[in-house]
Design a protein around this ligand. Structure first.
Ligand code: MN
Length: 287
């Protein structure tokens, strides 16, 4: 199933160019009391919500996909976990290009570990990207986004995919420069999650997916998740050897080669096999 959040926080099922409005199924989420649990309440209750959504679908109001405003399918991740330098060809380009490396010695993901982006940087396809710092380089990075379905701590590689509820497309928008990545990459609107969440059953192997990105119709990135240094199960094992992942936490699994700058007014399109594709605008002005 493809699950989207659209317009005024409506819940939709996406099928054949249409969105079935199943917002009534959100009633399956139990009332929350402060202090709220870490993570996203929709994802924590996804099986119950989807069961109700399925029964609602036949009589659900329909909208054209092209006419709805897509928001990030996960509203409240407690963490956006990011894999740095996780494709060899991107490591090679980062070593060649000081615009990417900024004097840092490029090591390996085993040396650097994972980093976090602020959840406040998250936007969906309809919201657009608003760049800051016109004098500096702002790059696109397309990445497979893994959505964690339930609490995960010290998970082995062999069990890791049992903790995934689905996949989406992540754009890890990046201000290049000397600051630490968690600072440079946490600017408002610099984490795109779009267009929707595809449930795990539709992606038998997250290690065999083509992914691509274009800017104004020109191809910039094209690769396959088979070229990851740490694959999705290893990333989950690695992350949970340090901290607990909660329902709705996102893992941006790293970008392949071809990263490059965008400017105000550009249109970015990105796609991943079995997940989908979307377009997003870079706003005409700097924030
Ligand atoms: Mn990245």
């Amino acid at each position: 199933m493809k699950i989207c959040r659209f317009d005024n926080d409506r819940l939709g099922l996406v099928e054949g160019g249409e969105v079935f409005d199943v917002s009534e199924a959100l009633g399956a989420i139990p009332a929350q009391k402060w202090p709220y649990r870490h993570g996203d309440a929709l994802i924590a209750n996804l099986p119950a919500v989807l069961e109700r959504a399925r029964s609602l679908a036949a009589r659900a109001p329909r909208r054209k996909l092209s006419e709805v405003k897509l928001l990030p399918p996960v509203a409240n991740p407690s963490k956006i976990v990011n894999a740095p330098i996780n494709y060899q060809a991107h490591i090679d380009e980062a070593k060649r290009d000081q615009g990417i490396a900024h004097g840092r010695e490029i090591k390996t993901i085993a040396d650097w570990g994972l980093f976090l982006k602020s959840p406040s940087s998250l936007v969906g396809a309809s919201q657009g990207i608003r760049l800051r710092f016109p004098e500096r380089r702002n790059d696109h990075e397309v990445e497979l986004a893994v959505v964690i379905g339930r609490e995960a701590n010290r998970v082995s590689r062999a069990q890791a995919l049992d903790y995934v509820c689905g996949y989406s497309i992540g754009l890890d928008m990046t201000l290049r420069g000397p600051e630490l990545p968690s600072f440079r990459k946490s600017i408002d609107t610099y984490s795109v999650l779009a267009p929707w969440l595809v449930t795990r059953d539709e992606v038998p192997d997250p290690g065999k997916l083509e992914l691509w990105l274009t800017v104004n119709g020109e191809q910039r990135q094209r690769s396959s998740t088979s070229r990851m240094v740490y694959d999705v199960p290893r990333l989950i094992e690695y992350a949970t050897s340090f901290y607990t992942l909660h329902p709705g936490d996102l893992i941006f699994s790293g970008t392949p080669e071809g990263v490059g700058p965008v400017k105000p007014g550009d249109e970015i399109r990105a796609g991943i096999e079995r997940v989908g594709e979307f377009a997003i605008r870079v706003a005409p002005d700097y924030a």
